[in-house]
Design a binder for this molecule. Sequence first.
Ligand code: E4P
Length: 222
Amino acid sequence: MKLFIDSANVADIKKAYKVGVLSGVTTNPSLVAKEGVKFEDRIEEILKLVPKVESVSAEVTPEAETAEEMIAQAEELIKINNYDKNITIKLPMTLDGLEACRYLTDKGIKTNVTLIFTVNQALLAARAGATYVSPFLGRLDDISEDGVQLVVKIAELFRVHNLDAQIIAASVRHPDHVTRVAMAGAHIATVPFSVIEQISKHPLTDQGLEKFAADWKKAVKG
Ligand code: E4P
């Protein structure tokens, strides 16, 4: 399973990229709004920060409700990246979003259909040609449903029917989500930087480092 960072924060994206574990970036209107910067400027900045990743998802804004409006915004976003391949247009899971997805896919542009909460929505997005589908685990857990089970079912559906859309497990809140969606067959998990930090750690790793350091100090001092 590949890892994307779910963030519009330059410092966090830089840190994750430097570690060398990143395959992509996802953003959404809430994440960009939190940064208090102009949307297009931040997308351009992110694209420059992570030249070697497979995908940077830029979401059409809530002002775009019709397929035509989404396509018009997508065309502006694609220009930011000078028509390069790593920009991915993120579209909402609505009939208009699907129509825009089909149009952009047919033009060879990568797409990510977001806000997926059911297997049927994932099926529709895959049939509309989405490169990526994004089921939101944490938000299902928030309403007492099992978000990971949705990923399990979508992975099975895509396997049985040979659908080649990639699953981005989104709204990932903690390390156990990461492990479980990886085992379930998600192709990608998009996670905040705090989760990348958390999954790098274990108390026994820290204790082991302390012991190595103490033993080393003793040996050096004699
Ligand atoms: C994914 O693409 C979304 O940006 C994101 O994972 C949403 O997560 P949240 O439910 O924590 O806001």
